[in-house]
Every structure is written in structure tokens, then in C-alpha cells.
Design a protein around this ligand. Structure first.
Ligand SMILES: NC(=O)c1ccc[n+]([C@@H]2O[C@H](COP(=O)([O-])OP(=O)(O)OC[C@H]3O[C@@H](n4cnc5c(N)ncnc54)[C@H](OP(=O)(O)O)[C@@H]3O)[C@@H](O)[C@H]2O)c1
Length: 357
């Protein structure tokens, strides 16, 4: 399977392209900047192709799959998917952006008609949480509500910070009775035990509000990140300031400043950067809680995206249409990744919603 990694000279794209080559996959690197793309091609000893996202189709004639690593994906996913559907090329990406996943889910019928898989979010957000959601749904198939939480001390890449700023003005989202509902970030908190006693989880719109719904069909979904209580208070007070980021020139100026001044995380992560992932489902009578531990998010992303490519490479026929990672592979997929421990299942509890404040 010949795979074109788009956005390949970015922090994550380069790590994935390099890992995929180490694992013997057939890789072409691509991006919009000719100098950086060709330079990376020479460094890695592979072919390189230069194109803007909207001009990619002519570059895909001999390509089987595109792995899009160029984010924020609000700017790249749609045109790259269009190019993939036009040329019957599989589409994958590492987005963690909820609106992007929702937009790609709407392309399901187009993708099925074209016979093309559209498989977004094969990175840290959402592979572990999506597999955990699927596992929890298997434990309690009648579940009506799902909550997921993530605890990490790892630093964010400059590209992730840029992407967070892209969506900051939009506030939060939860899923209620199957529909997306807007809520203010920080409006809701929840006590979550990630394995070392209760911590405050801050409501944050992870892409799982979309993916976990398509994976499990559970109609009520909330996602949380662990944060100090002071962060929740600061977000509540600072809400009007966040809305200023809806003003595009201001947002773009801040994004440029972040890219110029911030630093990417080291490629050899520290043990303290490991991540705890928590999930709970309830059917109104019973509650199931499970947890999972993973390596640092960017290492997990590199491993997950590359392993998904290997799995697709081994399939006699690729699935067609929009798929979430846990559906395209399975709930156990995450356990095959390096440094991921098994699911820790707590005993089913009767008549209790865990950790609600
Ligand atoms: N789901 C997850 O867990 C996960 C994990 C890792 C990363 N991510 C996401 O992946 C994205 C990349 O992260 P990163 O750390 O690799 O960032 P990065 O180092 O800034 O790299 C971004 C790459 O995307 C390219 N790009 C951005 N906008 C583009 C556009 N409109 N057209 C064409 N190319 C464009 C950039 O090219 P230029 O330099 O020319 O702009 C660069 O090659 C971010 O959105 C990040 O949030 C998600």
C-alpha cells in the first residue's frame, strides 16, 4: 500500500513518516512548502510531492492512502477528502477536532459510493478513548450516558496549541439525546479517579463527543480533561476573553506568536508524561467504570497512526465509508500499541453515577 503523508514536515507528520519507513511501509512525503517537503524527502530518502490541499488530486493517481497530518484540520480535511474521493484513495488523519469529525461523518455516503474509507482521528485523540468507549459499551450494552476523561502532564506541540486556539472561541460541546449541545468550557466539572484518588475533570470538547457516538450509539456523551480547580475558575471568569478569539485577525496573530515562540515536546518523552484515560457508562441502573494507561500522547499518535496503516495494508479489502478507529479495527486495537496496559475494569455499581459534582 503506497501511502502519502501530507503535512509531513510538521512535528507529528515527520515522526509518523519516519516511523512508517522504519516499519517498511511504502511512503511518499507531501506538503505545501516545496523547500521543506523536498528537503524532508531527501533526508528520508523517499519521493516528495508538493501541493496545496485543494490541488492534491493529480498527485494521488498512484497512491492507495493519504494520511493527513496537516492541522488545524478545519483548513485541510475537506479539500484533502475531496481529492481522495475523486481518485479513489483511502483517507486517514490525526485530527482531534470535533467539528472536523462531524463534517467527515457527513461524507459517509459519498465515501461509500466512491468505495473509499474515510478514517479520521487515528492519533492519541481518539484511539485510546474510542477503544475504551467501545469496551465500556460492550460491558453495559444498554448504556445511555458515557463520560470520558484524560489526565496528562505532557506538553503540547506548537501545532496542537495553534489548533486549540482555532477552536477556543467556539466553547464546549456535549452530546445530549444524540444531538450536539453547546456549553461553556469550564462550566461543568466532575470528580474523576484516574487511579490515584479524585481529581477535578474540566468539561472540554474532545473529538470523542463525535467519534464515541458513532462507535457506540450512546446518545449522551461528555468529555473531560484533568485540571486544577483554579483552571476551572479562571476559564469561567475568562470566558468573555476567549470569545475575542472568534475575531480572526486576533486569533491568527496569536497563532503566529505561539508558532514562533513555543517549543515542540522532546521526541523522547519522560515516564511522567504517561496518560491516564478514564471512562464511565450508565444505563440508569448500573454503572461501569474502566481505565487505561498509555504512553505520552505524541508517541502514542505516531504508533497508532502507523499501526493503522499496517493493519489496512494487511486487509484484503478496505472498508468503504466513514469509520471511527474502534469500528474500523476493534476495541482491543489500542492494547496492541507499545506501552499500553490492559483495561482496568471496576466492578459494576448499582444505582450510582460516579463522580458527579
Ligand atoms: N489527535 C491527536 O491526538 C493529535 C496528535 C498530534 C497532532 N495532532 C494534530 O495534528 C496537527 C499537526 O500537529 P503538529 O504538531 O505536527 O503541528 P506542526 O508541527 O505545526 O505541523 C503542521 C503541519 O501542517 C501543515 N499545514 C498547516 N496548515 C496547512 C494548510 N492550510 N495547508 C497545508 N498544510 C498545512 C504545516 O505546514 P506549514 O508549516 O507550511 O504551515 C505543517 O507541515 C495539529 O492540528 C495537531 O493538533 C493531533
Amino acid at each position: 500500500m503506497k501511502t502519502l503523508v501530507y503535512g509531513a514536515y510538521g512535528y507529528t507528520g515527520e515522526r509518523i513518516a519516519s516511523e512508517a519507513l522504519d516499519r517498511g511501509l511504502d511512503v511518499v512525503v507531501a506538503g505545501r512548502n516545496g523547500t521543506k517537503t523536498r528537503g524532508l524527502g531527501i533526508e528520508l530518502g523517499v519521493e516528495s510531492r508538493v501541493a496545496d490541499p485543494g490541488e492534491l488530486a493529480p498527485e494521488l493517481e498512484d497512491i492507495d492512502a493519504v494520511l493527513n497530518c496537516a492541522g488545524p484540520f478545519t483548513r485541510t480535511a475537506e479539500p484533502v477528502v475531496d481529492a481522495c474521493l475523486d481518485t479513489e484513495t483511502a483517507y486517514l488523519d490525526i485530527t482531534g477536532e470535533l467539528p472536523v469529525v462531524e463534517a467527515l461523518a457527513e461524507r459517509d455516503r459519498d465515501a461509500e459510493t466512491a468505495g473509499v474509507p474515510v478514517l479520521p482521528a487515528v492519533g492519541f485523540d481518539v484511539v485510546p478513548t474510542d477503544c475504551l468507549a467501545c469496551h465500556l459499551h460492550d460491558r453495559l450494552p444498554g448504556a445511555e450516558s458515557l463520560a470520558l476523561g484524560v489526565e496528562t502532564r505532557a506538553d503540547l506541540s506548537r501545532g496542537t496549541l495553534e489548533t486549540v486556539l482555532e477552536h477556543a472561541a467556539g466553547g464546549g460541546s456535549i452530546r445530549q439525546n444524540g444531538a450536539l449541545e453547546s456549553v461553556a468550557v469550564g462550566e461543568r466539572t466532575r470528580k474523576i479517579d484516574f487511579g490515584n484518588g479524585p481529581r477535578t475533570g474540566l468539561l472540554a470538547p474532545l473529538a470523542d463527543v463525535a467519534t464515541a457516538y458513532y462507535t457506540t450509539g450512546v446518545p449522551n456523551i461528555e468529555t473531560y480533561v484533568a485540571a486544577p480547580d483554579s483552571a476551572a475558575r479562571a476559564l469561567r471568569v475568562g470566558q468573555p476573553l476567549l470569545s475575542l478569539l472568534g475575531f480572526r485577525p486576533l486569533r491568527r496573530t496569536l497563532q503566529r506568536a505561539v508558532k514562533a515562540l513555543a517549543a515542540d515536546p522532546p521526541t523522547q518523552p519522560a515516564e511522567r508524561d504517561r496518560v491516564s484515560v478514564w471512562g464511565a457508562v450508565t444505563d440508569g441502573n448500573q454503572t461501569a467504570v474502566s481505565r487505561l494507561e498509555t504512553p505520552e500522547p505524541y508517541s502514542l499518535t505516531v504508533d497508532a497512526a502507523t499501526t493503522v496503516l499496517e493493519r489496512l495494508d494487511g486487509m484484503p479489502e478496505l472498508p468503504a465509508g466513514f469509520e471511527t478507529p474502534a469500528v474500523a479495527l476493534d476495541a482491543e486495537f489500542v492494547l496492541d500499541l507499545d506501552g499500553v496496559e490492559g483495561f482496568h475494569d471496576e466492578a459494576l455499581r448499582e444505582g450510582e453515577r460516579p463522580g458527579l459534582e
